[in-house]
Write a protein that binds this ligand. Structure first.
Ligand SMILES: NC(=O)c1ccc[n+]([C@@H]2O[C@H](COP(=O)([O-])OP(=O)(O)OC[C@H]3O[C@@H](n4cnc5c(N)ncnc54)[C@H](O)[C@@H]3O)[C@@H](O)[C@H]2O)c1
Length: 328
């Protein structure tokens, strides 16, 4: 049985990936400082270490106690607005934290690295469908730190013998396990579907930023991917690296864009709700459209999404949040 390390595994996407890894019979060890994640998102049987990735000595202990076949690295700070005033903290966690993990991979001979990146590295996207090879021009410190971390991962492959990586650039992640076993626990990311969930159990007011974009209805267009499909992209990435696949980058999105207004309508229809919509000026640096060209992941892997349906994404997220509120 292969032993893998999931860093940031108590967070939203990390914990869903842990579930997929367990289903595929990997032994999983999780490192997380619980700054935004929670132990409750993981089964009690998991070997868990509450460690900050900036604490090199404690991180090293985890590597010395285990022989890992791969590191899945999710741990990061990820709020775009927060990344402006806190750019040093973002640099430390997202860049220095990644450097620490890579150093330990080198020291302990861990040769497979799967890294969580983001469409924010592209910045002001000009093409209808953004490709992995398009130029990177992040518009905020969060995206910039992810681009820097990507560069460290890529460079590592040129110095560490047999080291292979897969960088996954996620688009907008939402959704929850359909059996209600896991879902998002932090509703403060600013992401539209999570905002709708928060508002739906509160004042039912939703703010729409910018209505004059050159899009079908004037609001911004984004690509939403269900968290379980995204988790499966990670197990698929590892499988491909293990079966002689090359290192590289995959966009993780469905290649289908929904405008803010369309998502609000889909959320209302899926959950039988109605929002009071407030129109606001556009936010700085918000591109009109960010949708993935996902040909590469389809070509290079056998990943095939199962939940490519905006109403499933909206419904599963809301059900999870609503049931959590009702449990309190
Ligand atoms: N959620 C999205 O829509 C989205 C989109 C694009 C990319 N991403 C990327 O996906 C990854 C996971 O995001 P998420 O949505 O699951 O967020 P999350 O906040 O739920 O998960 C991040 C996890 O990392 C842990 N962590 C943070 N700093 C740490 C540190 N210094 N040491 C150890 N652990 C630390 C947190 O406690 C948390 O459990 C991030 O790298 C993020 O940049 C997320």
């Amino acid at each position: 049985m292969q032993n893998v390390l999931v860093v940031g595994g108590a967070g939203y996407i990390g914990s869903h990936t842990v579930q997929q890894l367990l289903k595929k019979n990997y032994k999983v060890v999780v490192v997380d400082d619980l700054s935004t994640g929670t132990r409750a998102s993981l089964s009690q049987q998991i070997e868990f270490h509450q460690v900050d990735i900036l604490n090199f000595a404690d991180l090293k202990k985890v590597f010395s106690q285990n022989k890992f076949s791969a590191v899945f690295h999710f741990a990061a700070k990820l709020s775009v607005p927060e990344s402006f005033p806190k750019h040093f903290e973002y640099f430390d966690t997202n860049v220095v934290g990644t450097k620490n993990l890579l150093k330990l991979c080198e020291e302990f001979g861990v040769n497979r690295f799967i890294f969580s990146s983001t469409a924010a590295v592209y910045g002001n996207v000009q093409s209808a469908l953004v490709k992995e090879t398009d130029s990177l021009c992040p518009q905020n410190p969060y995206g910039l730190t992810k681009q820097m971390a990507e560069a460290l991962v890529v460079n590592q492959a040129s110095i560490q013998k047999d080291f292979k990586y897969r960088i996954l650039r996620y688009f907008n992640v939402a959704g929850a396990e359909l059996d209600g076993s896991n879902g998002p626990r932090n509703l403060n990311s600013g992401q539209l579907i999570l905002n709708l969930c928060r508002s739906s159990v509160g004042d039912r007011v939703v703010k729409v930023f910018g209505t004059d974009y050159a899009t079908k209805d004037g609001t911004t267009i984004r690509d939403f991917i269900h968290v379980v499909d995204l988790a499966e992209a990670h197990t698929e990435a590892f499988k491909c690296l293990e079966s002689n696949g090359n290192s590289g980058v995959w966009n993780c999105g469905y290649g289908q864009g929904y405008s803010v207004m369309e998502v609000i309508k889909a959320f209302e229809a899926a959950n039988g709700l109605k929002f009071d919509i407030r129109l606001e000026p556009p936010r700085q640096g918000d591109p009109a459209q960010v949708v993935a060209n996902n040909e590469l992941i389809f070509k290079e892997s056998s990943w095939r999404p199962k939940y490519n349906d905006i109403s499933v994404i909206c419904k599963s997220t809301y059900e999870w949040i609503k049931n959590g509120i009702e449990r309190k």
